[in-house]
Design a protein. Structure first.
Length: 253
């Protein structure tokens, strides 16, 4: 894959063809009467995908290697501050597997529980996990979607390179302060967004501090962004009938 931007001190190009499966989802209301059966069917399908080489959590994407933890599928609850209830990222062995897997999940009942925007794209840069990252304690994640704006389109190759190096200062600060970054994935093949990056973080305070540092180095001068922050929960817990909120909000049906 041709890189959109060059490697930096923080980010190294990723080999292979692993592919992100990102989901931005809202619960359907009313919830279906056979919710338990749907949750069971989804669990079986996710187990099959895991056996085929899928990574079913941001934590596993960061760690790499096969996903053999039966409790691995995780999502991040975002409804407290966003227009979606859960966000998450799995990683499939290839783009073909990613597309086929989303179809299988929808067929198993995912679509009866959730209205989902699926975003698929190949991995461009490898994950970055520093010494200060604490996988077990850090329960939050920050999802950053972005696309290059007209100023980036008009910039010269050297201006873009200078920009990447300036942003590298902020990314290095994030990692030094405890964030783990799940590399970068391309979304421009089938989305309005060009890229996604996911940070595993200790809490909201780190996200605020990180965005201030990114603003300081003018990270946003070349991009239009959408951000989500959420707290980690097991997917099977999120699917339990008692866990789902019963209130109906506008346009959720």
């Amino acid at each position: 894959m041709t890189l959109v931007s060059e490697e930096t001190d923080v980010f190294e190009a990723a080999p292979g063809e692993r592919c992100a499966v990102v989901f931005l989802a809202r619960w359907r209301t009313p919830h279906p009467a056979d919710q338990d059966r749907i949750a069971s069917a989804l669990g079986e399908e996710l187990a099959a995908l895991r056996a085929e080489g899928w990574r079913l959590s941001v934590d596993r994407v960061l760690a790499g290697g096969p996903d053999q933890d039966p409790d691995a599928p995780t999502v991040y609850e975002t409804g407290f501050s966003h227009d979606v209830d859960i966000v998450g990222m799995f990683e499939a062995p290839s783009p073909t597997a990613a597309l086929a897997g989303t179809v299988r999940l929808e067929s198993a009942g995912w679509g009866r529980l959730l209205r989902t925007e699926w975003l698929l794209g190949p991995r461009e840069f490898l994950p970055v996990v520093g010494a200060a990252s604490r996988p077990e304690q850090d329960q939050w994640a920050f999802f950053a979607l972005w696309k290059w704006n007209s100023a980036w389109q008009a910039a010269t190759a050297q201006e873009r390179r200078d920009y990447d190096l300036e942003c590298d200062v902020a990314f290095a600060s994030d990692v030094r302060n405890g964030a783990a970054i799940a590399g970068r994935h391309r979304l421009d093949g089938a989305s309005e967004w060009d890229h996604i990056g996911v940070w595993r973080i200790p809490g909201v305070g780190m996200a605020d501090a990180a965005m201030r540092e990114h603003a300081r180095v003018a990270d946003f001068k070349f991009t239009t962004s959408r951000h989500y922050i959420g707290r980690r929960t097991r997917l099977d817990d999120a699917l339990r009938p008692g866990h789902l909120r019963e209130e109906t909000t506008e346009d959720r049906t």
